[in-house]
Design a protein. Sequence first.
Length: 298
Amino acid sequence: MTEHIDPAKQAEEEPQACGFTSSRPNPAAVGVSFRRGGKIYYFDTQGIRLQLSDHVLVDSEKGLDIAEVVRLAHDQSTVGVEGPLKPIVRKATEEDMAHEQRLRQKERKALRICERKIAQHGLPMKLIDADYTFEGRCLVFFFSAEGRVDFRDLVRDLARTFKTRIELRQIGVRDEAKMLGGLGSCGRPLCCQTFLRAFDPVSIKVAKDQGLSLNPSKISGVCDRLMCCLRFEQRMYQEIRTQMPAIGDRVVTASGPGQVVEQHVLAEEVVVQLRDDSRVTIALDELNPKSRGRRRRR
């Protein structure tokens, strides 16, 4: 199984801030990603002039590989990595990029071959993606399965076929959605593929706090897990709520005094029940802060 990296609040980190910026020409370090939306790894630029979206050749744990520059750091102390950073090998050349495109074509062919091999071995696994390292020394296949799969015979078969080192990595449903991509219920590309670098745990309590329907079809993503946006939007809900009277608070409105019975956080409105039991919807800026009072507790 792949390891879920604990993100340092990735949804909050994404802007170029706290030492990260794209306005200066010569960063001391760069954060690179090997896959769209993937984990960020930091390397020393060795004085090479780099910009966001540039591609570089770096020495990874599997050998040379191409990665995209997604962050610039002008002070290595801001990257949060202990010890010296490994240097980048070089900025990718046109030849490097052409070679990378050829590898992508080989990966598509490798997927078709691997799918046939999986069927021949009768293994209960769903093949997701393939990834060649830049030098072709390692070919990684990503797959999902409901349980553990004994794929040792398959690995040996693939190694004989491709004449290179083979790795099979089992991933979860959220990683599968991140790799395959798609559109969320909002109609936008999936957050996990566009900017979330790792997954935070999401609990049903977050959906309750946001006043959402607890119907699984309404709060689940394409991976059939609770939507990631519930987690990173929670801070916004909490910040707005600090400016709102709580349910049960007594307020004075233009229609008279009443008690807050509902909160509409995104609209920044509250529903107030008046003394005659009628209800009115009031925007926050229409409430007089001095008129608010906490409900009496018995």
